[in-house]
Unconditional design. Structure first.
Length: 197
């Protein structure tokens, strides 16, 4: 197979170099997206490490742009890498499922089966009686690890399929009952989670 075209300077400048810039930009923006998310969650050791890798890759990509300022293809590759990197960063962060979440569940129906299911899976549950637009409701609050979110939502759908629920990120937590949080401490990531007394 004749691969001599790979060594062609025009092929390199129009195909290989833009692909390298695109790939580098995807990588650095992915790391940048993760860094911003880690900073917002107080992961004060992991965020700078990711930032170091991010800026290192960015320097490589931008240096290639400056060396080839006349190439529109490089500009397009750089911009496309930014767009794709933002999307990939969000996907990667979602798969990593790092951090804590507050789940708020509001239901008009009897939530005892849901509460029992949550408790039997070692989730700490706080239940409050309240009044909504259409009468009495029960509010259920729990703080969970993000990796447990799918399981918790599955229990809600199974036991109270019409319940209203909201999700919010939790920057830190102290005390309470959060399954597995203290069996494998996250201190090396953030130094913020402390076991309750």
């Amino acid at each position: 197979m004749d691969l001599s075209f790979v060594q062609d300077p025009q092929f390199f400048s129009l195909v290989v170099l833009p692909l390298l810039i695109f790939t580098a930009r995807v990588a650095d923006v992915t790391f940048g997206t993760l860094r911003i998310i880690f900073v917002s969650r107080g992961l004060r050791l992991l965020a700078p490490l990711v930032g170091f890798v991010e800026i290192l890759i960015w320097l490589v990509a931008i240096s290639q742009i400056f060396q080839n300022l006349g190439s529109i293809v490089n500009y397009v590759a750089y911009a496309a890498g930014f767009a794709v990197g933002s999307y990939v960063g969000i996907i990667v962060e979602g798969r990593m499922a790092i951090g804590l979440m507050l789940v708020r569940i509001i239901t008009h129906h009897n939530p005892e089966d849901l509460i029992a299911s949550l408790k039997s899976n070692n989730f700490g549950v706080t239940v409050v009686d309240a009044v909504g637009k259409h009468g009495p409701v029960r509010l259920i609050f729990l703080v969970i690890e993000r990796k447990d979110l799918e399981a918790v939502i599955g229990m809600v759908h199974r036991h109270n399929p019409h319940a209203f629920y909201t999700l919010a990120d939790v920057r830190s937590a102290n005390g309470g009952v959060i399954p597995h949080l203290y069996r494998k401490p996250h201190r090396w990531l953030s130094g913020r989670y402390r076991k309750g007394k």
